[in-house]
Design a protein around this ligand. Structure first.
Ligand SMILES: *Cc1c(COP(=O)(O)O)cnc(C)c1O
Length: 370
């Protein structure tokens, strides 16, 4: 049996361990928020935003952000059909309806024309998910948002390190949400971040994430409304501080891994990987290959070929519209088509050239002779 190649795993060093050890030994009482504030400040500086609040997950951050925007029963929220469920679930928690629109063939993100067509008087937000590190067409989406008075928010869980015309992904919309799940470019085990430049929205989000307790409230244990409790611990934040010390190294390495695949597959005109459009930098969280339609390479064939070589390969997200709780499939969509002929590639930071070459070999073996 060939050695196993995992698809992702965290990168941890003595830097992270040192901070976590300090948090465990000393980070209590008056110091119980020290690493949390340090992590938030480091993240804020990296992203170039005014406000940042740690959360226990990206799901929680999206839930809080949408609630702070006032989204509730009867409202509609537009997002791309190709997504992880975590982006859609908070819409449902709030009693609103997700509206799925198709993706663009090159970026695999929201098609702005279809977003425009999906807007109704009930549309209260548009979530731009920067899929696999690729970037949504933010300037067009912001124009549409402006025209219809609908906020654009960013799910940047997969896009730390991605830059859109000089601005970091997650720093552009009404708010941005990040994930530090163990599969993401930087991790805290589980965790997330809520960022914004809007002070009112930030204050609301902070109150919501503290069980509705307002910092101006003088009475102790006196919540003013029903809120949430999606908080990160100081120990997890300590790990995150170590990851932020290494953020440039970690994102650079992700890009190197994607670029190796791109170079190795450069002479194959019928397969495409994550694009990097003019004026953007792809943070390269997850390299994906998409085979051209006429090649006859299916999701099942890809999974089988990688399994035979003991390599983890995860499927490209199924369209959310196909899931049983939504059940409004659109069989002719780009979201359906691409997911049937694409696959995630291994991209953990310590992957070796030999391991990446094994992955490339599997892909090449599937390409029919021309
Ligand atoms: C990972 C991910 C999330 C969820 O993050 P959690 O921290 O696990 O809640 C949300 N959206 C996208 C696009 C993701 O990839």
């Amino acid at each position: 049996m060939k050695t196993h190649i995992p698809y992702v795993k965290p990168s941890s060093t003595d830097i992270e361990l040192g901070y976590v050890r300090d948090a465990v030994e000393n980070g209590w009482g008056k110091k119980c928020y020290d690493y949390i504030h340090r992590f938030e400040n480091a993240f804020k500086n990296y992203l170039g935003v005014k406000y940042a609040m740690t959360t226990s997950s990206c799901t929680g951050s999206i839930h809080i952000g949408l609630a702070a925007l006032g989204i509730g029963p009867g409202d509609e929220v537009i997002l791309a059909d190709t997504n992880w469920i975590a982006t859609a679930a908070p819409i449902v928690y709030l009693g609103a309806s997700p509206v799925f629109v198709d993706i663009l063939p090159d970026t695999w993100c929201l098609d702005p024309d279809l977003v425009k067509a999906a807007i109704t008087p009930r549309t209260k937000a548009i979530i731009a998910v920067h899929l696999y590190g690729n970037l949504c067409e933010m300037s067009t989406l912001l124009e549409i948002g402006e025209q219809y008075g609908v906020p654009i928010v960013e799910d940047a869980a997969e896009a730390i390190g991605s830059v859109y015309h000089g601005k970091r992904a997650g720093s552009i919309g009404a708010f941005g949400s990040f994930s530090f799940h163990g599969t993401k470019t930087i991790t805290t085990g589980e965790g997330g971040m809520f960022v914004t430049n809007n002070k009112d929205l930030f204050d609301k989000a902070c109150i919501l994430n503290n069980h509705g307790r307002n910092p101006t409230q003088v009475k102790q244990f006196w919540p003013d409304l029903i809120g949430f409790k999606y908080r990160l611990s100081n120990m997890q934040a300590a790990f995150g501080c170590g990851q932020m010390d290494r953020i440039d190294e970690l994102t650079k390495r992700k890009r190197e891994i994607l670029n190796f695949y791109k170079k190795a597959l450069n002479d194959e005109p019928d397969i495409t990987l994550n694009p990097e459009l003019t004026g953007t930098i792809n943070g390269a969280w997850m390299p994906n290959v998409v085979f051209k339609k006429n090649m006859g390479v299916s999701r099942a064939m890809l999974q089988e070929a990688f399994k035979a070589e003991n390599i983890d390969a995860r499927v490209f997200f199924y369209p959310l519209s196909e899931l049983p709780m939504f059940d409004r499939p659109n069989p002719n969509s780009m979201a359906t088509s691409i997911s049937q002929r694409a696959i995630n590639l291994p991209s953990f930071h310590e992957i070796t050239l030999e391991e990446q070459s094994r992955v490339v070999k599997v892909l090449k073996s599937l390409i029919p002779a021309r």
